[in-house]
Design a protein around this ligand. Structure first.
Ligand code: AMP
Ligand code: GLY
Length: 418
């Protein structure tokens, strides 16, 4: 089967790396890809958010399955266009991707489907929301639309919440605002491969959003992840599948927007059980990098089955132990990453045991690989324990250098012992 992976980050590099191991694969195209994907398949430039350009590429390359990585092409209707052209896609249509694109829509779906989540009120007026926020206590303020990780403020007081509402009101995404009950508890990410009706869970994982060790510093897109995160046991995970994933799929299908792709539930484990904080309509980054290392099954038939509505609900086969992924970020990240810095220590090659997935890299005029974004690389390793996995990933990560490189040394610090 000839597969196109759409996207250019570490998640897509890891998906391509895993798909490359499939005996069913006859051709792999990554678009636009990055220098790390060049060794895995044909890496071709394309505007990934342009449905017509992606359809043209699919036709030109004889692609039989498209795997969409990021949310932007999904929200832009790329999956709709490829499906209309008759080619299976792992990734939802725009109508179903709204579970990520609109937090108000996600809330509406969860309420209708009986999915446990924080209570929220939705406001179409920034002023009205600000007044309501000022009257209350600690609350979470969320912009309705996509805001590149800047759309959520956990406020300690009504006054702080009102300030947050007005600040978000300056963004296009913040014209509709949610005021949400503030929940407490550890956070866990659970993702499922979905075929519109059925859901197969990937191992639970934990991302590390803060820039610095000890969960200090500003929020980022994610500085590292590990899996499996054993904060829920098998029976509790099955409950999440049955009480979160399946009802959400049913409600979306009932509305004529079947979800075929990866449904990502950000959960908070509250004293009254897991509750959904957010949905994403795609796999997480950097969670995918470690999930690809922990999945023992061939990914290709699973993604094809999800894309064509024929998923078998049996649990995935997993590797033993744990996988840890450590992100190497640019100086200045997350506010103002500096780019164009030469990277040394990559040349040890692509080691399948300790893979280095490229997130933000490019080739300069001489062909050398330089930094090209906030998050530059994700170094992953497996081990019998999380500590062993982290030490292996860390020792490889520390042999890669660029000016001002930032990384965390404590990924998976929240993992339960064992
Ligand atoms: P979200 O993008 O909705 O996942 O929110 C980003 C982060 O804000 C989450 O990872 C949580 O740490 C925090 N958060 C979101 N919603 C809530 C809530 N209802 N209660 C407490 N913290 C929250
Ligand atoms: N790492 C969080 C996300 O991909 O949304």
């Amino acid at each position: 089967m000839r597969v196109l992976v759409l996207g250019s980050g570490g998640r897509e590099h890891a998906l391509a790396w895993k798909l490359k191991q499939s005996p069913l694969l006859t051709g792999l195209v990554i678009a636009p890809g990055n220098p790390g994907t060049e060794a895995l398949g044909e890496t071709v430039g394309v505007d990934q958010n342009d449905p017509a350009a992606v359809v043209a590429l699919v036709k030109a390359k004889g692609i039989e399955l498209v795997v969409v990585g990021p949310e932007a092409p999904l929200v832009a209707g790329v999956a709709d266009a490829v499906r209309r052209a008759g080619v299976p896609v792992f990734g939802p249509d725009a109508a179903a991707a709204r579970v990520e694109g609109s937090k108000a829509f996600a809330k509406e779906i969860m309420l209708a489907a009986g999915v446990p989540t924080a209570h929220a009120r939705v406001f179409g007026s920034v002023e009205e929301a600000a007044r309501a926020a000022a009257d209350g206590g600690p609350i979470v303020v969320k912009a309705d639309g996509l805001a590149a990780g800047k759309g959520v403020v956990v406020a300690d007081s009504g006054a702080e919440a009102a300030v947050a509402v007005r600040a978000l009101g300056k963004l296009p995404a913040g014209q509709t605002v949610l005021l949400e009950e503030r929940l407490e508890g550890p956070e866990l990410s659970v993702m499922a491969l979905c075929d519109g009706e059925r859901a197969v869970l990937l191992p639970a994982s934990q991302d590390h959003k803060r820039l610095l060790d000890g969960d200090r510093g500003p929020n980022t897109g994610g500085m590292g992840a590990y899996a499996p995160a054993r904060l829920l046991d098998e029976a509790q995970l099955e409950q999440v599948r049955q009480q979160v994933m399946v009802p959400t799929l049913r409600e979306l299908a009932r509305r004529g927007a079947p979800f075929r792709g990866a449904l990502y539930a950000g959960l908070m484990l509250t004293p009254s059980g897991p509750k959904v904080l957010e949905f994403n309509a795609r796999l997480g980054d950097p969670e995918t990098q470690v999930l690809m290392m922990q999945t023992a099954d061939d990914l290709l038939p699973l993604l094809f089955a999800a894309a064509t509505g024929r998923l078998d609900e049996r649990p995935l086969r997993l590797a033993s132990g744990y996988a840890v992924g450590i992100v190497l970020a640019s100086p200045g990240y997350p506010d103002a990453p500096r780019t164009g810095l030469p990277i040394s220590g990559l040349a040890e090659g692509t080691d399948d045991e300790v893979p280095v997935f490229h997130s933000g890299t490019r080739r300069d005029g001489t062909g050398a690989i330089v930094t090209a974004g906030g998050r530059v690389l994700t170094v992953c390793a497996r081990g019998a324990t999380v500590v062993a996995a982290r030490e292996l990933a860390l020792s490889r990560a520390l042999r890669i250098d660029f000016e001002g490189r930032q990384l965390r040394h404590d990924i998976a610090h929240g993992a339960p012992p064992g």
